[in-house]
Ligand binder design. Structure first.
Ligand SMILES: NC(=O)C1=CN([C@@H]2O[C@H](COP(=O)(O)OP(=O)(O)OC[C@H]3O[C@@H](n4cnc5c(N)ncnc54)[C@H](O)[C@@H]3O)[C@@H](O)[C@H]2O)[C@@H](O)CC1
Ligand SMILES: Nc1ncnc2c1ncn2[C@@H]1O[C@H](COP(=O)(O)OP(=O)(O)O)[C@@H](O)[C@H]1O
Ligand SMILES: [Mg+2]
Length: 289
């Protein structure tokens, strides 16, 4: 392995069953961006989740379901543009507690239906959650950084510099100030934040950790969506927000390094990165360590 992982990967007892490894929900997608939530959901399967469901706008269901037979799909009401409708939250709200972790945001747009979902999931402070992509843009729209703090210890945010800039109003090009602003936001709302980049930096209220895996080949559409699924899966398997974020970023970067070695940095896509996750995770099996 390229460097030591920052936290232990969950081990499997001989008599364990799928219920021991977390039931997770990935919520997102829209017409034209069905691939994003499919990538996140399949990544959660390959990271070891026992059961993975994808909640998606109804007209994306066949597309997302057809990517992987092990994925369960939950059709949710959509609008004329194929985005979550304003009623979507009524389908989703009763099932919040049935899951060990929720990953929310890839491809969901910031339409009114998504805004309602994000605000509802945000209030579920006991639930382990990952907010990525458009769910972060929804938070920016409600100026979340200025809102009164809540205890969000089980929430991980995964912004790229553009999303972080919308959340904190700090220029995407100023890396140092962005990391500082992320740490201030983390302290305010008690969250863990992955400040994406090469390398990604994970912060919470008091700690900073810099990743040692990954490469510029990962600057390709969908690679962040894979990370959402990996971290959601680790949260669902019981890791803390801080450990799930760091181990998730490390695994994701290690898979990116394997994909680059096999296909080249320019030739790899997020699909090849996803396909390398099992090789990275196989190295955690106690027999092969
Ligand atoms: N296959 C799919 O369906 C995909 C859908 N996606 C979805 O597309 C939607 C839009 O997301 P995008 O991230 O493309 O668009 P955004 O508009 O959020 O981000 C792009 C902009 O952010 C800034 N930015 C991003 N990374 C930066 C960096 N490293 N340094 C400096 N600035 C940076 C730049 O200004 C850039 O123009 C989201 O819902 C996302 O989930 C993407 O995840 C890509 C794949
Ligand atoms: N130069 C780089 N070096 C290492 N990792 C990178 C580099 N560029 C991008 N990445 C990683 O790729 C991912 C890109 O995420 P994101 O911008 O959200 O992509 P998308 O939304 O298209 O899925 C992040 O995990 C980021 O850290
Ligand atoms: Mg992204």
């Amino acid at each position: 392995m390229s460097s030591l992982p920052p936290a232990a990967f969950p081990q499997r007892e001989h008599d364990s069953h799928k219920g021991n490894f977390g039931r997770v929900m990935l919520c997102g997608g829209s017409r034209g961006m069905a691939g994003s939530i499919a990538l996140a959901s399949i990544a959660a399967l390959h990271t070891g989740s026992g059961l993975v469901s994808a909640a998606i706008p109804d007209r994306c269901l066949e597309t997302v379901a057809s990517f992987h037979p092990c994925l369960m799909t939950i059709p949710v009401a959509d609008d004329a543009q194929g985005r979550f409708s304003v009623d979507a939250i009524t389908t989703l709200a009763p099932s919040l507690d049935r899951f060990d972790a929720w990953g929310c945001g890839p491809g969901m747009t910031t339409g009114e239906g998504s805004m309602r979902i994000v605000q509802h999931v945000l209030q579920a402070t006991k639930l382990a959650r990952v907010f990525d992509a458009d769910s972060l843009n929804c938070l920016a729209k409600i100026n979340w950084g200025q809102q009164p703090p809540l205890n969000h210890h089980h929430l991980v945010l995964t912004p790229h510099p553009g999303e972080l800039s919308r959340l904190t109003h700090v220029d995407a090009k100023n890396r140092d100030l962005q990391i500082e602003a992320a740490q201030n936001l983390a302290a305010h709302h008690h969250v863990t934040i992955v400040v994406k980049g090469g390398p990604s930096v994970v912060v919470d209220a008091t700690r900073r950790w810099t990743n040692s895996t990954g490469n510029p080949g990962m600057a390709t559409a969908g690679s962040g969506d894979v990370l959402t699924g990996v971290i959601t899966s680790l949260l669902g398997q019981g890791l803390s927000a801080w450990d799930a974020a760091r181990l998730g970023v490390w695994i994701h970067g290690a898979a990116g390094d394997k994909a680059a070695a096999r296909h080249g940095q320019a030739g790899m896509t997020a699909w090849e990165l996803l396909a390398e996750l099992p090789q990275v995770i196989a190295a955690f099996d106690s027999e092969s360590m």
